[in-house]
Design a protein around this ligand. Structure first.
Ligand code: VG1
Ligand code: CO
Length: 543
């Protein structure tokens, strides 16, 4: 084994987005591309010598190769120990759990989350800090700055580590511990939820279906649902992680999880359905013939938290990303606890969780989580729902409809326009931003504009400010139209339009959101000239 110091030159564009550095596989496979980024991470970490890192990925194409490179570079950069999931597998929430449990210095997750995998798909890398959460912007910006100056990287020339063999192996001065990817995560879940009650509930004839979408949650879900909770074999669908996710798009929404949705909408379908994404941090919740909007899911979990052992002591506060509906705010108000509004991306919840200001947090993009770790957590959200169902013994639909009757319904939808030419999307946003001051106080359709701004956030814990986080047009009755460009795509630009309207009249709660929001949908197009500018007649994805 020998240490190599390899000369290199910077690559443009290695700036992490909403959630890590994400690029097509072919970009990552260029000589030195991954190495440059990893060395830049090591270069900005202070005091990491001799420390422990947690490493794993969602099993997508290039995962094993990337982990081998990472291990050899960790050895060459003086890291003491790496905990790596067997087969290179660790979900994002499991990495967060392990960093916290073993007091690791940080962790690396190889994933492009919900983006497709395979040789033509995407790859990605995320760095998490010692609290278990995504690196905050000051760290990701320092890493990016380093990528623009890098001149060399350090790597050990050594044979590959056997990622399938549990136990310890040496790589120079580095100890590599190959660990069971599921065990620590499962024991955390067992501490938070009433597994016995859920087991009894399932044994009473309740049928569940979980779609792992051939991504990372398969082994976790089999151990939890079919192992610990006694659900019959076959309850976990697509449970084998595959490098190309079976050709699918591991995004648990109504479009990409269509086969599960169809199963739940059958007359004789299961009582409860759920799915997760590539790296296991997202969740889709379905009842029989019923879809739970992620924003509503957060609100329902908050309103029912006292039924769940890990949350019985009460919630200190709730946080939601700005585009997430205000349903959670209404629960927080009733509970008399604060509700924080943060920019999109889990990294903005870390300080609030660390400071004990919030217990639950969530995003409209199928992400829900709590202070148990510092990432959103798909299986955790599904277990939270099952625990509530086991306690209340009512169908999902009834629980949500009752919730709406108590709090009102924040009717909600997100429209995505994908793969737009970058200049078209940026010009649309720039013109919209310029027009904002003129709208306040104006009547648009049946609504009067209360505020119109480009969202900016000051972290209440460390005082850091983040601006340009999305254009908000808020109306006097609490309705909102929000426009943002995605920070996770790898091709062209994706425009996200978020629509929300509060409906207090129970007689109208059953309306299809696309119908209930029709006026706002039209207005959103009119204000931003979406159809005229993009030539698109409708969104690519509606959730
Ligand atoms: C999207 C979601 C955002 C989420 C992010 C990462 O970002 O909108 O809410 O935190 O993905 O999720 P964007 O910038 O494309 O809107 V994941 O599951 O990729 O780690
Ligand atoms: Co994800």
């Amino acid at each position: 084994m020998s240490l190599h110091i390899v000369p290199t030159t910077p690559f443009p564009g290695q700036r992490p987005g909403t959630s890590g550095l994400r690029k097509p596989v072919s970009v990552f496979q260029q000589p030195h591309y991954l190495e440059n980024f990893i060395q830049s991470i090591f270069d900005v970490l202070e005091g990491s010598a001799g420390q422990t890192l947690v490493v794993g990925g969602d099993g997508r194409y290039y995962n094993r190769e990337a982990i081998q490179i990472l291990l050899k570079m960790a050895a060459a950069n003086g890291i003491g120990r790496v905990l790596v999931g067997q087969g290179g597998i660790l979900s994002t929430p499991a990495v967060s759990c392990l960093i916290r449990k073993y007091g690791a210095y940080g962790g690396l997750i190889f994933s492009a989350s919900h983006n497709p995998g395979g040789p033509q798909g995407d790859f990605g890398i995320k760095y998490n800090i010692g609290n278990g959460g995504p690196a905050p912007e000051k760290v990701t910006e320092a890493i990016y700055a380093r990528t623009q100056q890098i001149r060399e990287y350090r790597i050990l020339e050594a044979p590959d580590v056997d990622l399938d063999r549990l136990g310890e192996q040496r790589l120079g001065s580095l100890t590599v511990s190959v660990i069971d990817p599921v065990a620590d995560y499962l024991s955390l879940m067992q501490r938070l939820f009433d597994f016995e009650a859920i087991r009894d509930y399932l044994a009473s004839g309740i049928r569940i279906a979980f779609d792992a979408m051939h991504a990372v949650t398969g082994p976790y879900a089999r151990a939890i649902f079919q192992g610990s909770l006694g659900a019959p074999e076959g309850s976990v669908l697509n449970g084998q992680p595959l490098p190309d996710f079976g050709g699918g798009h591991p995004d648990p929404n109504l479009v990409h999880a269509r086969s599960l949705v169809e199963l739940l909408f059958r007359e004789d379908g299961p009582d409860f359905g759920a799915a997760s994404d590539g790296d296991g941090d997202r969740n889709l919740i379905l009842g029989r013939q019923f879809y739970v909007t992620p924003s509503d899911s957060l609100a329902v979990l908050a309103a029912n938290a006292q039924l769940v052992p890990g949350y019985r002591q009460g919630l200190s506060g709730i946080a939601r990303s700005m585009p997430t509906s205000q349903a959670a705010d209404r629960v927080a108000a009733k509970l008399g606890i604060p509700c924080y509004e943060t920019p999109t991306g889990w990294k903005f919840f870390g300080n609030l969780l660390d400071a004990g200001k919030v217990t639950l947090c969530g995003e409209e993009s199928f992400g829900t989580g709590s202070h148990h770790i510092r990432e959103k957590d798909g299986l955790w959200a599904i277990l939270f729902w099952l625990n509530i169902l086991a306690a209340r013994r009512q169908p999902v639909r009834q629980i949500v409809e009752e919730h709406w009757r108590t709090y009102g319904r924040n009717v909600y939808s997100r429209h995505d326009y994908e793969g737009l030419p970058v200049e078209v999307a940026e010009a649309l946003m720039a013109d919209l931003r310029r027009s904002l001051p003129g709208w306040v106080g104006q009547r648009l359709g049946s609504h009067t504009v209360a505020y119109a701004d480009d969202f900016s956030y000051t972290d209440p814990v460390d005082g850091s400010t983040t601006s340009h986080q999305g254009i908000r047009i808020g109306f006097e009755e609490g309705s909102r139209i929000i426009y943002r460009l995605s920070g996770t795509g790898t091709y062209g630009a994706t425009l996200r339009v978020y629509l929300e309207r509060l409906e207090l009249d129970p007689a109208r709660h059953g309306l299809d959101p696309q119908v209930a929001l029709a006026e706002q949908i039209q207005l959103a197009d009119h204000l931003a000239q979406i159809r005229a500018r993009t030539g698109r007649q409708q969104p690519d994805v509606i959730t």
